[in-house]
Design a protein around this ligand. Sequence first.
Ligand SMILES: [Zn+2]
Length: 123
Amino acid sequence: MTPITITLLLAAAALAGATAAWLIVRSKLMRKKTSNIVDLAAARRRKMREASLNPIRTDVPKRKAGAEIRGFTPKNGDARLQSCTRCQKKSDTVGFYVDEYGKLVGVCNECRKSAKNRDLMPL
Ligand SMILES: [Zn+2]
């Protein structure tokens, strides 16, 4: 082995060591830089995995205390028709009054006149 070869080998080893050290320092710096950044895709994947492992039970109905919520009834439908208290005819426009006994009466357009004549209180 010539001294030149030994020198070259030492230089190569030193260069390799320096390169390795530089790479390690660089990777550490990069990790420090990215530590504040959350990988949203990875977080989403993790969340999906957790959700698939523990699926939320949606079949259990939640009972809420309070008022009962009725189903929607369309404005012009058969369910909307109400019968008149006086003539028992089905009508979609029923006016509500309170009679002299405090009872609620719903009257159709034809019976509304008689309700007004009886001086019932409209609601
Ligand atoms: Zn009527």
